[in-house]
Design a protein around this ligand. Sequence first.
Ligand SMILES: Nc1ncnc2c1ncn2[C@@H]1O[C@H](COP(=O)(O)OP(=O)(O)OP(=O)(O)O)[C@@H](O)[C@H]1O
Length: 322
Amino acid sequence: MTDAKTSQSDAAIVQIRGLHTVLNGKTIFDGIDLDIPRGKVTAIMGPSGTGKTTLLRHITGQLRADAGEIRVDGRNVPTLSRNALFDLREKIGFLFQNSALLTDFSVFENVAFPLRQHLKLPEELVRNIVLTKLQAVGLRGAAELMPSELSGGMARRVALARAMIRDPMLILYDEPFVGLDPIALNQVLKLIRMLNDTLGITSILVAHEFAAVARAADLVYLIAAGKVVARGTPAELTRDDSPWTKQFFGGEADGPVPFQYPARDYASDLGFPSSAPPTGTQTAGGRDAASLTPSAERTAPPSPASRARDEGVASRHTGPKA
Ligand SMILES: Nc1ncnc2c1ncn2[C@@H]1O[C@H](COP(=O)(O)OP(=O)(O)OP(=O)(O)O)[C@@H](O)[C@H]1O
């Protein structure tokens, strides 16, 4: 695992220790430790379904962990009262991939919404704050447009203005680049970096696009199979040659990231006697936490049942391939 000069525990705004999460019987996190350095852009990457959004939900206290500490700005989130949690969330901005704009409200009213919802400010002040944020994302001139009149990239930037409206200490971006053309993607990317630096906030960026992440992030965590499998600057991860980083950043179909979603033994699912050993707790990556060996390193010949499970192509009529 690589290391990064940028992260030190004492500078971390988010500190996660020993995080364990099981959802629907599936282990999503199997003892994760993670530090998000203050004032930096940290990317969380990993295969689909590995728990990146779940991690964001832990940070905001929307989802309780089965075990572990999640400290945000020094406060242990799982132990916070309802009011303390509410106070904490006031300091966190969110940007989701679908932008989540209110379709019946103008751009101006969408951005003003969090101010109007929580604070009783004079209208002139609301107007100044909203226009300042819209100016920062380049859309002051679009203040009177409705969401249906915006391109995907513009909608994302409006959502970004709304996420910043209350000057958060931390912004969480959940796949902010999805569906954007290269120009819009680069605009959002530049904004994430620029707002982080000029406003002195901390950003957590969940994204799949490594080329974009490499340009915006100071630090990258790669999560897979319930664990942090790599951590470092984008340059460090590019050089890292562990099977996880090679497969994930090389976009290769084969490697430790399994193709199959965790499932019961294939042969017994098809009504044949099972020759597979009993499986332990499945991780989000779909493999037992204790058996993260890349497939190339497995030495024993596969049993018919495990071959059928790996290949996943046998039909109900022919049964698993022998
Ligand atoms: N509330 C829930 N109850 C049960 N299972 C859940 C719940 N939320 C998420 N999961 C499961 O947890 C796993 C992780 O989901 P999550 O959305 O965090 O993954 P992700 O890494 O963000 O995926 P993607 O990159 O595809 O968005 C998935 O297998 C999902 O089905």
